[in-house]
Design a binder for this molecule. Structure first.
Ligand SMILES: [Zn+2]
Length: 486
């Protein structure tokens, strides 16, 4: 009897091992045909000069309450008109929300759905006290050692200018697109985009525009980020996480601290936060992160490849591992971050209220209602209430199997033959959310080349781009304009 059981167990183990080995070995990279292309002849000095000039214009978005940098946007518009005369002459330009720009480049084939290339012209301020940490001042646009320095070189004047450079180049060549192309450049992305991208999107929707794709900022080309993969990886984001800020308020009896209750408002709010940190939202592996891992698995070391190739059995192990890293954790769950706390004014007075602000980034699939419910059930205190201060649900997940995804992937491979291409999830937000109501295929990607530490330059100190990479980004848009008609 025991012998039979042992034989049975051994048999099951052998079958499992065989299935795991089979699935691991047969998981090979998908090959995509990319043509050898003749690169466009770009004047690197001239394009660098124009981006440098754009960086020197302080189109800063501070907050909803602060005035718009009107004069600076006027200067930037004038620079754009002067820098790209053919674009000014041949494309239709419309202004929305006073400062956002929509260009229309009429395609020759009206039966094709249009494509929308996006970017934003505003930048974030430089954090007070960090100015002296910059190697070159943030609004200098300094060009030195093959590098352009300053705010907007990564986020996001570079895409606005690269798209316009590509269009100007193509117009000079006598090219015109088959598919109508829109260039949509917002002026308030850094504070939500309601007046810029929001207004442009509303206009396009009212015009009955049904785009084949939108392509916006989002993810980039990263090196040394995935274990065992030495090639740079171009991540094309299929989705972006949602955003929710809750203010928790704890109420308690006020009075003199010589006769306190068991828990003060400060104690209650602290307990609420501790409970939220101890009871994070559950982790799970879903699209587009699962698409990303499956795409990259064939390029990974055998141990990881075996785990990802056998998700039918090993998903819990995989999720557990991903949840251990800070960045990968953000890919598998809605994150919880307590960011502000306030309460009390005097050491011997019991405060009647104490407040905390908690910021959540929602994984596609979760909703604001789900999170509020989770918070109320975990905090489980009738004296603590949660109020929504700001929120937008996560985006839907676009397909990595659409014609337009394949077109973008092909373009990346043609222009940057050294990179792998993978779907991805954008952990921050973009203007694309305004296009969701009428756009089915929304992608977020610029072929900026990042090392693991470069992400800190975005909204941080020492934002800069290599001119070689900027020229590559222009090449990408030039080729995309050609490929977009197919
Ligand atoms: Zn941006």
């Amino acid at each position: 009897m025991i012998k039979k059981i042992i034989i049975g167990v051994v048999g099951i183990v052998l079958i499992l091992v065989a299935v795991i080995a089979f699935k691991t070995i047969t998981n090979t990279p998908k090959t995509i045909q990319a043509e050898q292309i003749n690169k466009a002849n770009i004047d690197a000095d001239a394009v660098a000069q124009r981006l440098s000039q754009a960086v020197q214009i302080k189109t800063i978005s501070v907050s909803h309450n602060a005035p718009v940098a009107q004069a600076e946007f006027k200067k930037l518009h004038a620079l754009i008109d002067a820098s790209f005369p053919l674009v000014a002459q041949k494309l239709t330009k419309e202004v929305f929300g006073n400062h956002s720009l929509l260009y229309t480049w009429q395609g020759s084939d009206a039966s094709l759905q249009p494509g929308i290339l996006m970017g934003h012209m505003d930048v974030v301020p430089v954090e007070a006290g960090t100015e002296q940490n910059w190697e070159h001042p943030p609004f200098s646009g300094k060009i030195i050692d093959g590098t352009i320095w300053g705010r907007g070189t990564l986020d996001d004047k570079l895409s606005v200018f690269a798209i316009l450079e590509a269009a100007e180049y193509q117009l000079a060549q006598g090219f015109s697109p088959k598919r109508t192309l829109y260039f949509a450049f917002g002026h308030d992305e850094e504070i939500g985009g309601e007046n810029g991208a929001g207004k442009i999107a509303e206009h396009l929707k009212n015009q009955g525009v049904n785009p084949a794709f939108t392509l916006d900022e989002g993810m980039v080309v990263v090196k040394d980020i995935m274990p065992g993969i030495s090639q740079p990886i171009a991540f094309i984001a299929l989705a972006e996480k949602g955003y929710l800020t809750l203010e928790l308020t704890a109420s308690a009896e006020g009075g003199h601290s010589s006769i306190p209750p068991k828990a003060t408002a400060v104690g209650k709010i602290s307990r609420a936060i501790a409970r939220l940190e101890e009871n994070r939202l559950s982790a799970s592996l879903q699209s587009p992160v699962s698409d990303m891992l499956e795409t990259l698995a064939p390029h990974m070391p055998i141990s990881l490849k075996a785990v990802i190739s056998n998700r039918w059995l090993l998903d819990p192990v995989l999720v557990d591992q991903l949840a251990k890293g800070k960045t990968t954790n953000a890919m598998v769950r809605t994150t919880t971050a307590a960011t502000i706390i306030n309460g009390g004014t005097k050491d011997n007075v019991l405060p009647s209220t104490a407040r905390a602000t908690v910021n959540f980034r929602l994984l596609p699939g979760d909703t604001i209602e789900d999170i509020v419910e989770h918070v109320n059930s975990v905090v489980d205190d009738p004296d603590v209430t949660a109020k929504i201060m700001q929120g937008n649900n996560p985006s839907k997940v676009s397909s990595s199997d659409s014609d337009s995804y394949r077109m973008i992937e092909k373009t990346v491979r043609e222009v940057l033959p050294d990179v792998l291409v993978s779907p991805g999830l954008m952990l921050a937000g973009s203007d694309t959310k305004h296009y969701e109501p009428f756009s089915e295929n929304s992608y977020r990607f610029i072929p900026m080349r990042f090392g693991p530490k470069d992400i800190a330059r975005v909204h941080g100190t020492n934002e800069r781009i290599y001119i070689d990479n900027y020229a590559e980004i222009i090449q990408f848009y030039i080729r995309l304009m050609e490929n977009s008609g197919t």
